[in-house]
Design a protein around this ligand. Sequence first.
Ligand SMILES: *[C@@H]1O[C@H](CO)[C@@H](O)[C@H](O)[C@H]1NC(C)=O
Ligand SMILES: *[C@@H]1O[C@H](CO)[C@@H](O)[C@H](O)[C@H]1NC(C)=O
Ligand SMILES: *[C@@H]1O[C@H](CO)[C@@H](O)[C@H](O)[C@H]1NC(C)=O
Length: 672
Amino acid sequence: MVSKYLILVIIFLTQLISIGVNASSSSDNIKGGDSSSKTASQKPTKTSWWPFRKSQLDNKQQFTQSKIEIDKNAKEPKNILVGSFVGGLSHLRPSLEICKILIERGYKVSESYSQMYRNVALVAPGNFTSHANYPSIKQYSTGPEHNTKELSSIYQPIFEKPYDYNSFFLEKDEADNQYLERYEIYKQSTIDFKPDLLLCDLLNNEACFDVAWKFKIPSVGISSSLSRRTFAPYKSDPIYGCHSNMENESFIERFKCLIIRPARFLYESRQRIISLNEKRVSVGVSPISSSLERIKNSLFLADTFFGFEIPHPVPPLYQEIGPVMQDSYPPITPEISSFLSSHKRIMYVSFGTQVYTTPENYAILLQSILEAIDRNIIDGIIWSLSGLEDFPSTISSSDETQLDTSEILHNLYTHIYVTNSSSGLAPQVSILEHANTRVFLTHGGVSSCHESLYTGTPMLILPFAFDQFSNAEKLEEQGIALKLDKKNLIMDDIVRKIEFLQLDARVKVNLKRMQVLAKINSKRKYRAADLVEFVMKASQLNPKKFKYDDDDGNEIVKESVDKNVPNNDEGKKSTEKESNNENSGETSYETVYNSSPPEQPIIEDIYEWLLKEWITPDTRMGFIRGKYLDVYGTVLTLLLSLILIAVWACWSVVSFIVNSVASLIEGKLKAD
Ligand SMILES: *[C@@H]1O[C@H](CO)[C@@H](O)[C@H](O)[C@H]1NC(C)=O
Ligand SMILES: *[C@@H]1O[C@H](CO)[C@@H](O)[C@H](O)[C@H]1NC(C)=O
Ligand SMILES: *[C@@H]1O[C@H](CO)[C@@H](O)[C@H](O)[C@H]1NC(C)=O
């Protein structure tokens, strides 16, 4: 009897737990769900979306008389500063595309509504001022273009050795060495350009976020992946020597990839954060304890999409906006066009503008190409050279004859067309789009992958570094790509894979699916522009104002645009000088409070206010409460004690019965 009750109680408890789990997952659904649904609109999280949605509506209904408050001040010009450490089109394209939309919106909205226009400037290496796609962009250059060939002491080992987190830190250390230089450039351009928002590429770009923090300007982070910012235990990274998807891995592997290797990575990162903090302090930026601390509550845009990423829950502050594609791409040149139409099964080869490999690997690649043409698996090659390649002068073909590579590179072979970097980048998207392009041999950079998916071209991926390994893995898992190993290139393997990608029926179906996904999601750059706009508009409502000082100490006040917020300039301000250490005067600025009492400490994190609608409560609840470990822990303890009591009770009952039976039998025996 007792045990029956116990079982009932246990069943009841497990029900409770499952209800709890369901409830939490259904509230997740509501977050992502449609705002028109009834249940959703009852939730507080939904109502916080309302002003934003309304402002979007108002954008369309330009002539409605009653506009909501945040749209009333749209006449002010807005400045956006885009910052990237690496620069180059692949890192800047998403940011610049978003800015382009914002610029166009600013000019296009009707005059009676607003004359808002936006200026965009860029902090990046190289020279973008004359870029055909983005003509109206001013640039504060951080130096010459990032050239991996000139920095070969760093990049040659990265590209040629197996890529792991030591290679990652090689690049990171070089970037950290330039921190102060970069910080200075960001600071000067901020004082000069007076941005309302900083759009910072995430990679090695701490200076950008730090300047935004220092001047209390909102920043928005942007990156090509969600990987290091969102957590799911089944997600890992080839950088740890793990698979990006741990779904089918053994316990040992999962343990290593979740705990041991990331712990070593974090330990190494920690050393770097400490030394970077010393530099931060020297320019009056407060130190941080983890790489995400400064940006944890800011908006983060990821140029990626599910299908490409391993599915996992994403908090509201992180928004997928990819694949960001341009509206138009350069057309194919007449020479390429005639090559494309005179060959039916073409493989396009490009390893981007940054990576290169060893002469031995180039030789194997060339041999494989010749072999594939020989076996009539493909009948043409277009190879877009970056100018970083070191080809061997001769290669031996399969019948042992020596071939002169310079003849191939000068287009003396009818089946091979080489485009030369000195005549500009090859029109990659137009080539991929062509029906006769059947396979894309790529390094697996994000832009190339997106372009290939968008045009529905299967990929043979030869990853060299960075995120290319995880891209290759994810796309292979999707059944639209195969990967090669840079440490173990084998001609027969390459040829076989080129053939497989063209013939396999599943590859074709999977490609179609991914193409649809990529095309639909490529519209989200407009959503990204909406989000950036929201952050700018919300920051107008910020009760705090900020001022810029130029180097002579003259204040350049960036007026608070919002004249409609009550009590804005009405005497009850109190000013507070930031403690301004070593560089005093030079970086000094004032923070003006209107609403918070003077004795309150400066709110270090402007985002706690700025994006409060999107910050999930768990981030404020602390680790144990936020993850509900206290509640689950109690349930677990209760369950365990119930089980213990049950075991004890059973034991007592059994021993009682045994004892009484024994004494009965004993009594009987005695009676006998
Ligand atoms: C970039 O190029 C433009 C025109 O080609 C030139 O006027 C400008 O000075 C260059 N900027 C930098 C930073 O090199
Ligand atoms: C893991 O195994 C399941 C079942 O065999 C399969 O459906 C899934 O695709 C596999 N996942 C990976 C990442 O290989
Ligand atoms: C690229 O073109 C330039 C001039 O047009 C030429 O000098 C150079 O040899 C070419 N490079 C290759 C690899 O074909």
